[in-house]
Design a protein around this ligand. Structure first.
Ligand SMILES: Cc1cc2nc3c(=O)[nH]c(=O)nc-3n(C[C@H](O)[C@H](O)[C@H](O)COP(=O)(O)O)c2cc1C
Length: 325
């Protein structure tokens, strides 16, 4: 089989396919199954900032409201933080592939101390899934983005392991944000997180949840930005997330400039062993095209490598819509 080795965040991976953060990576057994299935690395199920902060708050001061007491007690009982650290060390003992824990956060908060403990537990890198939802209409886009930058600055001042920031795609100027993240020392970016989105049930007239699992079509929101971000040329490693359902999807993202691809929804549909199939589909395509390594074709169709970069630009929309009868 072709050589699928790739370097991501300074780590050597045997495959560009990463088992993304979800319940598929929530126990050491499942992490071992991911390795046996050919995953290049795993991103562990996220620990949520709210879980960490509730433990911190509860140990710092007595709680005065009964409901809050119950809430704290729940998290302390579940011992989320300690068991997460144990998951990291158990996973590290169980596998040889890189183990990347994940923190899901909304602000640069007291969980930073916990990031240090994640590093001490043996993590190979840290993925930070940050989503700051601006609900204050007076806050400008720049001020909202500042939250991401403050977080990264603080994080990079306390840990040494590589950091990848998992972001959403709704920024006014993603490329500018990526440049600022790079200047603050972030090694990688995961493009993109796929958020919980609300829907409406018109019969029951209630708010429900939009589809939990992605479709392959959703790549359309991601591909352009990976192609443009990877052309920035300052070496920020990109991991593609959203809509990877097979080897073909993976190859598309890598051609656009991603170093790795993360799979999640497809594992709910087909199970962890399906990673083997994705790997062999990538290898099969490489053999057909005569590529011996991933590096030979990574970024070959990014914004700076193609003859007509306008295909990634707005001008192309005009042509597309005016010729569509
Ligand atoms: C059931 C489920 C649980 C998830 N849990 C997490 C999580 O804990 N942390 C995280 O960063 N992303 C989480 N995600 C997002 C995925 O890691 C991934 O970014 C997203 O689903 C897009 O990839 P996909 O198209 O392969 O599903 C979850 C997704 C699903 C469907």
């Amino acid at each position: 089989m072709s050589n699928l080795n790739v370097n991501y965040l300074g780590l050597n991976l045997k495959s560009p396919v990463i088992a993304g953060s979800s319940s598929h990576t929530s126990t050491a057994e499942r992490v071992r199954e991911a390795e046996e299935s050919g995953a290049g690395a795993v991103v562990l199920k996220s620990l949520f900032e709210e879980q960490i902060n509730s433990v911190v708050a509860a140990s710092a001061q007595p709680v005065s409201y009964p409901e809050a007491d119950d809430y704290m007690a729940y998290y302390i009982k579940s011992n989320a933080v300690e068991s997460y650290l144990k998951l990291i060390s158990d996973a590290k003992k169980a596998v040889g592939i890189p183990v990347i824990p994940s923190i899901n956060c909304i602000s640069p908060g007291s969980w930073l101390d916990f990031a240090v403990r994640i590093q001490e537990a043996g993590a190979d890198a840290l993925e930070v899934n940050m989503f700051f939802l601006p609900t204050d209409s007076k806050m400008t886009a720049g001020e909202a983005e500042e939250e991401y930058l403050r977080l990264v600055e603080k994080l990079k001042s306390v840990i040494k392991i590589p950091v990848a920031l998992k972001i959403g795609f709704r920024f006014s100027n993603i490329l500018n944000l990526l440049e600022k993240l790079h200047f603050r020392g972030v090694e990688g970016v995961v493009m993109f997180n796929r958020f919980y989105e609300p829907d409406i049930d018109i019969e029951k007239m209630t708010i429900t949840s939009a589809g939990v699992l992605s479709t392959s079509d959703e790549k359309r929101y991601v591909l352009r930005w990976i192609a443009m971000a990877s052309a920035l040329g300052f070496g920020l490693d990109i991991s593609a997330s959203t809509g990877v359902k097979n080897g073909e999807d993976a190859v598309k993202y890598i051609l656009a400039g991603a170093k790795t691809v993360q799979v999640c929804s497809v594992l709910y549909e087909k199970g962890l062993p399906y990673i083997k199939t994705i790997n062999s589909q990538i290898a099969g395509w490489m053999e057909r095209k005569g590529f011996k390594s991933i590096d030979e074709f990574a970024g070959k169709l990014n914004y700076s490598s193609i003859e007509k970069p306008s295909v990634f630009e707005r001008t192309q929309f005009m042509r597309y819509f005016s010729s569509h009868e």
